[in-house]
Design a protein around this ligand. Structure first.
Ligand code: IPM
Ligand code: MN
Length: 347
């Protein structure tokens, strides 16, 4: 029987609730489909930081390397640990160390979910560059606290980094409706973004079957609201992709439905699957977090592991659940009730 080792990092706040929910669903589908998932949990979180002074142990990355995939809940507890500390101590180093350069985020309305737009029939796949660009972490501050203080934060775009994310976007477009939107701001940022546009143009020769359009990020943001059905695959830099995928989450009904996969396409290290949402301290411990974004991310994990049929079954079960109106109104159904409904739909 096929077996997969999964590192579970529930993290903080509702990360715990939604990871448990996802694991329940995944174990059910594994049993039905005839493969084994072995979960090993790591308590790395802001609480761990308070106890040890680190978000994860020094050999954390090394430990995770041996797993087939990572299922991640949410990280952050700003009342106790500043976000820039918790994020740069756990989530961001994993994405970078494991070269999870493609952050994939699907944006479409699940049946029964009402979004804020009149448009309903959109199906967008955002692909966000996940290891460099504006979030490279290159910079510094000098003369801190004085009137002469200077802060610089440099965006780093490498040919290898831009080329691989664009190729990934072209390949995805091929498997979908054949349309790629490449997002920059090359009218204002004349080095990195012109570079990105040039590489888009160069690569398009290798994908004559893909219809590629370059957009400025401000125009694309408006298009996601005014004409989302006109978009198929959207590929963007780290910062632009971060912002656009929050718009994507909003138009699909909210963060409770926004799934994501941090993919290492070369499979030289594990990929990581996490809902887009954070730890939501305001509703932590209330048992009302919507687990659908996390469960959908779990389906993306199965897909990545090659368990395509099981992934499809989980998606069908999620859709059957929301179609019945379960998990479609914020705070109405408990995390457990939504999870039970997804499990029932699998059975
Ligand atoms: C996301 C989040 C993170 C990011 C934050 C928490 C660092 O907003 O996954 O979209 O920007 O990558
Ligand atoms: Mn974000």
């Amino acid at each position: 029987m096929k077996s997969y080792s999964i590192a579970l990092i529930p993290g903080d706040g509702i990360g715990r609730d939604v990871t448990d929910a996802t694991w329940t669903v995944l174990e059910t589908v594994a049993k039905q489909s005839g493969f084994v998932l072995t979960g090993t949990e790591f308590p790395w979180s802001c609480r761990f930081f308070k106890e040890t002074g680190r978000m994860m142990p020094e050999d954390g990355i090394e430990t995770l390397h041996g797993f087939n995939a990572i299922l991640f809940g949410a990280v952050g507890w700003p009342a106790e640990v500043p976000d820039f500390v918790s994020l740069h101590g756990l989530l961001l180093p994993i994405r970078k160390a494991f070269v999870q350069y493609a952050n994939i985020r699907p944006h479409r309305l699940l049946p029964g979910v009402t979004g804020p737009l009149r448009a309903e029939n959109f199906d967008i796949l955002c692909i966000r560059e996940n290891t460099e660009g504006e979030y490279s972490g290159a910079g510094g501050r000098v003369h801190q606290g004085t009137l002469d203080e200077v802060a610089v934060e440099t965006s780093i775009f490498t040919r290898a980094g831009v080329e691989r994310i664009l190729r990934f976007g072209f390949e995805q477009a091929r498997t979908r409706r054949g349309k790629l939107a490449s997002v920059t701001k090359s009218n204002a940022q004349k080095y990195s973004m012109v570079f990105w546009d040039e590489i888009t143009r160069k690569l398009s020769a290798d994908y004559p079957d893909v219809d590629v359009t370059t957009y400025h990020v401000d125009a694309l943001a408006a298009r996601m609201i005014m004409a989302p059905q006109s978009l198929d695959v959207v590929v963007a830099s780290n910062l632009f992709g971060d912002i656009l995928t929050d718009i994507g989450a909003a138009i699909q009904g909210g963060l409770g439905y926004a799934a994501s996969a941090n993919i290492n396409p070369d499979r030289s290290a594990p990929s990581m699957f996490e809902p887009v949402h954070g730890s939501a301290p305001d509703i932590a411990h209330l048992g009302i977090a919507n687990p659908i974004a996390a469960i959908w991310s779990g389906a993306m994990m199965l897909d990545h592991l090659g368990e395509t049929a099981a992934a499809g079954r989980v998606m069908k079960a999620i859709e059957a659940t929301t179609a019945r109106g379960i998990g479609t109104t914020a705070g109405k159904d408990s995390t457990d009730a939504i999870t039970a409904a997804v499990v029932a739909a699998l059975n």
